[in-house]
Ligand binder design. Structure first.
Ligand code: FAD
Length: 467
């Protein structure tokens, strides 16, 4: 690894291109919000400035068989960028430019370290009338979003990251540079390599340029919340909205605990929300369609014992309310005491089963005496548990682990998946095996071996390294 670091420094001709500063190593191998952390850290962090430099780094790492761990925003939650085999974290911080904007074609070419929030701010500044819909953690960047095939609150209307990627430039484990497609919105030319790299968590290559589709900013927005006597009523109302084919822009569920966490965080103060199971709605479209959707959704909510809609008063409150939802994990983290940790994880089930799985999972957590909240992208059957625990109390982490395992098993029993959007990382490898079985995992292993014969790309993630 030392020889590789020396050679990278020489090849790039810049002393700052690679760091071994202990703080830097920690920031690239450990994460406060990740449910899984390990003892090891990367031995160095490389900061390339171009695809050519990434290729040089990969060639050198391949020569010395040194692990490469791609790193963008560092907001992933399943230990996705941890470094169980040491190696070099490749941080794209200096590759943060918009390379080409084609407003007429509604697409944009960006480098991996462009953040989705800044991208949307820039599109608004340019008065393009366009935006990029996937909305994961506020600090996520496009490279990592490709890595985890993320989604977020907008997925119920706009789909997930895979639906927005047109073309990728990828540096393979041996330094070869490939492009997956060209620029049209559709193409049937050969294997769909976009789908191979999107969601591969940096285990198949380093993504250095991304061509993204953009969507038109709707004319009108409205944000509202409605409370229900029970989480089952809320989930049933959400299923009713889906079955009625109403195009909500977003539909999120938060249980009474999570609503309390939002109030305690003060994120929307002075406004306080009822601490009851709640559905958050975002409506968008033309003025007329928003009005019509609100009235249809309100009727369905009433049928499921929902209260009155409470609307955000203005654009500022809409933003506050939505950011309270987006930052709910941080609100939970802010409530920790000394020694406290939060385990945040997700599963997804066919949405008609959502009420069942939420109810049982909540009951189990209550019985174990765990402070835990439930929230989720309910229109996609995707829900999250955030469980607070004290790592200094003997057996508490094991209790949480058991709870998460049971939730995953329940989801699989309901024909669901062990993760709707956070990915496998290091934390859910066993769950992936349970979900797909040995033959499908064998196909994944063959693909991995074909593209990365020495298993140097983010080793130990998704699939165990063969002994
Ligand atoms: C408060 C909070 C809220 C969140 N809400 C959501 C949510 O609603 N929906 C959701 O989907 N997720 C959510 N997340 C999780 C997280 O934001 C997503 O997983 C996001 O896609 C990670 O992006 P990142 O840039 O931070 O990636 P990183 O954490 O840097 O990396 C993620 C993975 O991609 C790989 N990778 C990074 N860059 C590249 C690259 N250039 N080429 C190849 N591989 C690469 C890494 O090796 C790693 O395996 C949330 C996280 C937080 C902290």
């Amino acid at each position: 690894m030392e020889a590789a670091i020396k050679e990278i420094r020489q090849a790039i001709g810049d002393d700052d291109a690679i760091s071994t500063d202990p703080e830097d190593l920690k920031a690239h191998g450990y994460s406060e919000w990740s449910s899984t952390n390990i003892d090891g850290l990367p031995v160095a962090v490389a900061y390339p400035k171009s695809t050519m430099e990434v290729s040089k780094i990969a060639k050198i790492c391949c020569k010395y068989r040194v692990p490469i761990i791609p790193f963008s925003g560092g907001s992933s939650l399943e230990g996705n960028f941890s470094a169980p085999y040491g190696g070099i974290s490749v941080d794209f911080a200096y590759m943060d430019k918009i390379l080409q904007f084609n407003p007429g074609d509604m697409d944009i070419v960006v480098q991996p370290s462009v953040s989705w929030m800044e991208l949307n701010e820039e599109l608004a500044r340019r008065e393009s009338g366009l935006f990029f819909p996937p909305d994961p953690g506020p600090t996520a960047k496009i490279g990592g979003m490709v890595g985890t095939n993320c989604s977020g609150t907008n997925a119920v209307r706009y789909g997930t990251m895979k639906d927005w990627v047109i073309n990728l430039t990828v540096v393979l484990a041996d330094g070869t540079i490939v492009k997956t497609k060209r620029r049209p919105r559709k193409s049937s030319a050969g294997y769909n390599l976009n789908s191979l790299f999107v969601g591969s968590e940096g285990t198949l290559g380093l993504v250095t340029e991304i061509t993204l589709k953009l969507a038109v900013v709707p004319q009108e927005f409205s944000v509202a919340v409605v409370t229900f006597p029970s989480i089952r009523d809320a989930a049933s109302a959400a299923a009713g909205v889906m079955r009625a084919g109403i195009q909500v822009a977003a539909m999120e569920i938060m249980d009474e605990v999570q609503m309390k966490v939002v109030n305690l965080s003060g994120l929307t103060s002075p406004r306080k929300w009822k601490e009851k199971p709640t559905l958050f709605f975002k409506f968008s479209g033309t003025k007329a369609s928003v009005k019509e959707n609100i009235s249809m959704v309100s009727a369905i909510a009433k049928m499921h014992k929902g209260g009155d809609f409470e609307f955000a008063k203005d654009a500022k409150e809409q933003k506050l309310l939505w950011s309270a939802r987006k930052e709910s994990l941080w609100s939970m983290l802010a409530l920790r005491k000394e020694g406290g940790e939060v385990w945040s994880t997700d599963v997804a089930v066919p949405f008609s089963r959502l009420a069942d799985i939420i109810e049982v999972s909540k009951k189990e957590m209550d019985e174990l005496g765990l402070f835990a909240s439930i929230l989720g992208h309910i229109g996609d059957g995707n829900f999250h548990e955030s469980i607070m625990y004290d790592r200094t109390v003997e057996g508490e982490r094991e209790k949480v682990e058991r709870c998460v395992k049971n939730m995953v098993k329940r989801a699989l029993d309901m024909e669901g998946t062990c993760t709707g959007e956070h990915g496998i990382g290091i934390g859910k490898k066993e769950a992936l095996f349970m979900e797909v079985g040995p033959d499908t995992l064998g196909v994944m292993e063959s693909i991995k071996s074909a593209l990365d014969p020495h298993w140097i790309m983010n080793p130990g993630k998704i699939i165990d390294v063969p002994s």
